[in-house]
Design a protein around this ligand. Structure first.
Ligand SMILES: [Mn+2]
Length: 450
């Protein structure tokens, strides 16, 4: 898969006469001597499958033979006994299929000559100011050195958006398989959370259960900080404190997805803590669910996120008018955008190695059209602030979002997260302790069969 990704990118780079420099990222200090668990930058992982920090891949379409050159940490018995095993330079070519491998310490010495013969360099600026400065200095020195040699040296920087990120946006079959596996594990976690929810438990217990279910199934962990938001906490869109008690009669919003080999899922379910929706909660929930299903129906080649969003907004606003939460009529409400109080975010985003996957939302001067292989989230919601005195008290503090991951296919779409229940009666049954339609083993077998 990674070799194929490099091959495709090299083809694009050749048409741009560009070399490409892709770093893995390095360790980040959390506090004192502790570091955050390392996770490679997605661009780097996409092209190498390599998980070690302090590595840089250089792709050189104009090179005679060594078109994929990896710089990485050298073997070091003493360091490895403290901080873990390293692949090392000697094994890199065989293990990763790159054409050449060198110690990361040789990067700045070797890079200039590698770049000769390329007119442009694809590199994302802004992530590491020190490296950006060294790169630009190195390039001007290289230009100077070759001013009279007649050899081509780089004169222009390109962002990866037009090449690498275009490739990442459209998933191949091997990538879809990774996302299916991630979706299955996320389903296990959401179902486990539904089974565990109970008044008096803490959001932190559900948070921990999600992480536990991810990791015990071999996931590389949560794709983003879990949002486990009881009651009115659901109205804080990126609530991650996850430390309040779950209250009888309230809802619990869980926005949580795992990574499988760093491929992300992003799923939200909103469930009743006591196992039963109140009439007001159910009204809001069913409205959001209807908006989500109608919006998902529009995910097919040729359609756009704008259509998805407009569809969801119209259904939500109509429903809010019916429920007496907006005055109406529809046209006036859409124009005044008063609904922003209840629905203030967009309805979806790209998904892949990053939760907010790369790839432009505008393309060739217009809204990006869906193509087979793209993966998008569809996630409408409604959030009624606890202190919103313009609505009756019975509605206040209700926050609902429902989110699924949708693969665009030639004939329409496939809901990757379809195994996670979202119908009112299904969700209530599982929250009340009744067994889900499929047993865990059956869900695993179904996932492995796809
Ligand atoms: Mn999302």
């Amino acid at each position: 898969m990674f070799r194929e990704h490099r091959r495709r990118l090299l083809e694009l780079l050749r048409s741009q006469e560009a070399a490409c420099i892709v770093p893995s990222g390095g360790l980040k200090t959390r506090n004192a001597d502790c570091e955050y668990r390392f996770r490679p930058i997605s661009d780097f992982y996409y092209l190498t499958g390599f998980r070690e920090p302090d590595s840089i891949l250089v792709l050189l379409p104009e090179a005679a033979e060594q078109k994929a050159v990896l710089f990485l940490r050298e073997r070091d018995a003493k360091a490895e006994s403290w901080t873990g095993r390293r692949l090392g330079v000697e094994r890199a070519c065989k293990e990763l299929g790159v054409d050449a491998a060198h110690a990361i310490g040789e990067f700045w010495d070797r890079l200039p000559e590698l770049l000769v013969g390329h007119q442009r360099i694809v590199h994302r600026m802004g992530n590491d100011p020190d490296r950006d400065r060294l790169l630009t200095e190195m390039v001007s020195e290289l230009q100077q050195a070759h001013r009279k040699s007649g050899k081509l040296t780089p004169t222009e920087w390109l962002d990866p958006e037009a090449s690498l990120h275009e490739l990442r946006l459209v998933k191949d079959e091997a990538e879809v398989a990774e996302m299916r596996r991630a979706s299955w594990i996320s389903a296990e976690a959401h179902i486990a959370a539904m089974q565990a929810v109970e008044p008096g438990r803490n959001e932190s217990e559900i948070d921990a259960l999600l992480d536990y279910t991810f990791r015990r199934n071999g996931s590389t962990g949560a794709a983003y900080n879990n949002i486990v938001a009881g009651g009115e906490n659901a109205c804080i869109l990126h609530y991650i404190e996850n430390d309040k008690a779950l209250v009888d009669g309230e809802l619990l919003l869980i926005d949580s997805g795992c990574e499988w080999n760093f491929y992300a899922t992003d799923v939200t379910r909103t469930i009743p803590v006591s196992g039963r929706f109140s009439p007001e909660q159910k009204a809001i929930y069913e409205l959001v669910l209807r908006a989500q299903k109608e919006a998902i129906e529009l995910v097919r080649p040729g359609n756009t996120f704008v259509q998805i969003h407009d569809c969801a907004v119209e259904i939500l606003v109509l429903g809010l008018i019916e429920l007496g939460l907006l005055a109406g009529p529809l046209e006036k409400e859409l124009q005044s955008e008063d609904y922003y109080r209840f629905y203030m975010h967009k309805t979806g985003h790209w998904l892949g190695l990053d939760v907010h996957e790369c790839g432009s939302y505008y393309h060739a001067g217009t809204d990006r059209k869906f193509e087979p292989g793209m993966v998008a989230t569809v996630e409408p919601g409604l959030y009624i602030a606890a202190d919103d005195s313009t609505v009756e008290a019975r509605w206040r503090g209700i926050g609902v979002r429902i989110e699924d991951d949708i693969l665009v296919t030639a004939g329409g779409h496939e809901i990757l997260s379809a195994a996670i229940p979202k119908e009112v009666d299904e969700v209530e049954a599982i929250c009340q302790g009744k067994p889900p339609g499929m047993k865990a083993g059956e869900r695993k077998a179904a996932n492995e069969a796809t």
